[in-house]
Design a protein around this ligand. Structure first.
Ligand SMILES: *[C@@H]1O[C@H](CO)[C@@H](O)[C@H](O)[C@H]1NC(C)=O
Ligand SMILES: *[C@@H]1O[C@H](CO)[C@@H](O)[C@H](O)[C@H]1NC(C)=O
Ligand SMILES: *[C@@H]1O[C@H](CO)[C@@H](O)[C@H](O)[C@H]1NC(C)=O
Ligand SMILES: *[C@@H]1O[C@H](CO)[C@@H](O)[C@H](O)[C@H]1NC(C)=O
Ligand SMILES: *[C@@H]1O[C@H](CO)[C@@H](O)[C@H](O)[C@H]1NC(C)=O
Ligand SMILES: *[C@@H]1O[C@H](CO)[C@@H](O)[C@H](O)[C@H]1NC(C)=O
Length: 304
């Protein structure tokens, strides 16, 4: 049995832990919704702390409410169904933190291309605007029209990784890039959306000035105007390319060298002559580990 004092200390610890990650907003609630764009889950849990924990460990949980043991977790989009409501309260997440190896995350939301995990905010947009995402939420995806963004200098790659995003090609453009991230055209990691003008994605890693860099090329072209969830999963020197959660092709490549990648783009090539990209992007994630097949499929099925 816990003594009253122990219970007091325990509650204090729980409050402290909760306040480290969440802030309480009084007199607010969310409109009833079972739409998975807004609501992640609704469960009965006996203790407030379990609800705090549930939100804390669900990466996409941005808000939660706790009403008479009913714990509801909400996505960032729930801001759109937030309403004033006396004697209700919502809890808003303060920190996102590294979960399951996610080291960079650009959710693209509310006209922001910031990275919510590592502050590697995209900058210097060229021919870029914010558009509605695939669920119709306004200003929640990036549209490049022969354009690009810069990524700040970071050691983005070191051994295994998983790079994924929702991507919609809007135009056929020679060798257009998703990511091209290195120090120059000889030392870079390339996720391209089109081998030539075929719209077949490929992946390449080059670590030195060599003439022929191996590329792993999909046989399946992307169709213009269709959103795809694309994943490039690198494990033990093999790249696995998944389209909509399903493995498409794999092939051997060298480990990317671990360097500060100072010339790094979304939608632009290190080669001056490769055109800038025409595509839409959303929910860009980079994990510092290789996710397994189930995890990749789960990411595809997520609505947020
Ligand atoms: C959401 O609720 C509506 C009305 O209560 C219902 O018709 C619909 O099937 C529900 N959708 C899901 C995904 O549960
Ligand atoms: C909440 O739902 C009500 C009734 O459906 C609607 O009139 C109101 O605009 C909604 N509020 C928000 C903030 O979405
Ligand atoms: C969007 O961001 C602006 C500040 O840049 C903020 O004032 C506004 O409340 C945000 N809206 C939503 C829906 O998060
Ligand atoms: C990476 O390069 C940038 C730009 O040159 C520099 O500001 C930053 O300090 C470097 N970071 C590391 C970890 O070396
Ligand atoms: C990595 O691949 C090599 C051969 O390609 C294999 O011998 C080795 O066991 C693999 N390592 C792991 C940890 O899977
Ligand atoms: C990509 O855009 C930049 C900035 O507008 C421009 O300088 C560059 O020439 C473009 N690349 C190509 C191949 O057109």
């Amino acid at each position: 049995m816990l003594t009253l004092f122990q219970i007091y200390i325990l509650s204090l610890a729980i409050l402290l832990t909760a306040s480290e990650y969440f802030t309480k907003n009084k007199n607010f609630d969310f409109n009833e919704s079972n739409d998975s764009v807004f609501l992640i889950s609704k469960k009965l849990v006996p203790k407030f702390f379990e609800c705090v924990k549930a939100c804390k460990f669900e990466l996409e949980c941005a808000y939660f409410t706790y009403k008479f043991t009913e714990c509801s977790l909400y996505t960032k989009y729930a801001i759109y169904i937030k309403k004033v409501s006396q004697s209700s309260e919502i809890y808003t997440r303060l920190l996102t933190f590294n979960l399951n190896g996610l080291s960079y995350y650009w959710p693209v939301f509310n006209s922001s291309a910031n990275d919510v995990v590592s502050k590697a905010d995209l900058y210097g947009p060229v021919n870029a605007i914010f558009i509605s995402n695939r669920q119709g939420i306004p200003n929640s995806a990036i549209r490049l029209s022969i354009g690009y963004y810069n990524l700040p200098a970071r050691k983005y790659f070191d051994g295994d990784f998983t790079l994924m995003a929702w991507i919609r090609l809007t135009k056929t453009v020679n060798y257009q890039r998703f990511i091209d991230c290195g120090i120059n055209k000889y030392v870079t990691v390339v996720a391209s959306l089109s081998d030539g003008s075929t719209n077949k994605p490929y992946f390449a890693i080059s670590n030195e000035n060599s003439q022929s860099v191996p590329r792993v090329i999909s046989a399946k072209p992307l169709i213009l105007g269709v959103w795809y969830h694309l994943t490039f999963n690198f494990k033990n020197k093999t790249i696995y390319y998944f389209r909509n959660g399903v493995l498409d092709i794999s092939g051997k490549l060298d480990n990317p060298i671990s360097i500060n990648r100072t010339v790094c783009f979304l939608g632009k090539s290190q080669y001056q002559n490769d055109p800038n990209t025409s595509a839409d992007f959303d929910d860009i994630k980079l994990f510092n580990k290789a996710l397994n097949d189930d995890e990749i499929l789960n990411q595809y099925h997520k609505n947020y």
